[in-house]
Design a protein around this ligand. Structure first.
Ligand code: ADP
Ligand code: ADP
Length: 228
């Protein structure tokens, strides 16, 4: 029942820097796994390889038992949420959330795209902002928009890279609860990158602890040992 299998993955950047030495881990279907570690230890590099935005120097990535290394990013069926939301500023919230369904070969009719977008906007509590531009919204609201946009294509995997880092402390706790509840409700397999131990312990089913391009520990959140 391992949905994602990372096998002896390596990444050496063009300048010769080895960001990932040799990592292996597995993720079960529906699991929320945190990649935890200090800045620069290779967490984003790992997400980008899963998304297909970076080609590993070695190793393999299997999803549902099949290697995805030769699958183009747009065909990997992955939702990606970034720290800085990466919303389209000139589009309304509704247009942002609809956008993934209006391009590509699995394009939906405008009516259907709108219905699906509205469903996910209800799930993320942003329906009242449908006709506003993202720049008018608070950080928490913008992150909810980007989460809705990541989910409308019903991706197999959700990747989240420090999604709470730009939010104030109170909102961080709130949105973190919302993300956990949403991920469990939708049942989507999720990789969640953070450098915050407390955040990882509270949101993750399992924690993969990175250090300088290798995995130091891989354990359920309740049994992980962290140095203070
Ligand atoms: P993290 O997400 O854990 O902060 P990253 O995966 O972003 O770490 O980066 C891991 C290491 O790889 C860092 O030392 C970073 O400077 C380096 N790195 C990232 N991108 C590149 C690149 N395009 N070329 C060379 N080195 C890079
Ligand atoms: P909550 O659901 O807890 O209200 P929000 O993401 O809606 O969280 O808002 C976070 C904070 O930003 C709140 O303190 C809210 O008052 C403030 N806020 C909400 N909307 C705006 C806005 N359009 N511009 C500036 N601040 C806002």
């Amino acid at each position: 029942d391992n949905f994602i299998q990372i096998k002896n993955l390596k990444m050496v950047y063009e300048n010769g820097y080895q960001a990932i030495s040799d990592i292996s881990f597995t993720v079960k279907k529906g699991e929320l796994v945190c990649l935890l570690g200090p800045s620069g230890c290779g967490k984003t590099t790992t997400l980008n390889m899963v998304a297909g935005l970076l080609n590993p120097t070695g190793g393999d990535i299997l999803v549902d038992g099949k290697s995805v290394l030769n699958v183009a990013p747009k065909d990997r069926n992955i939702g990606y949420v970034f720290q800085n939301y990466a919303l389209y500023p000139h589009m309304t919230v509704l247009q942002n959330v609809m956008f993934p369904m209006t391009v590509g070969k699995n394009k939906k009719s405008k009516e259907e795209a709108k219905q699906i977008a509205e469903r996910f906007m209800r799930l993320t509590h942003i329906e009242e902002y449908a006709n506003q531009k993202p720049g008018k919204l608070s950080g928490g609201q913008q992150q909810r928009v980007s989460i809705a946009r990541a989910l409308v294509q019903q991706p197999k995997i959700l990747l989240m890279d420090e999604p709470l880092s730009n939010l104030d402390a109170r909102l961080r706790l709130k949105i973190r609860e919302e993300i956990r509840a949403l991920v469990k409700k939708v049942g989507i397999t999720t990789l969640f990158v953070t450098h915050d131990q407390e955040e990882a312990l509270s949101i993750g089913d399992k924690i993969i602890l990175f250090n300088e391009g290798v995995i130091q520990q891989d354990a359920a959140s309740y049994e992980i040992y962290l140095n203070p």
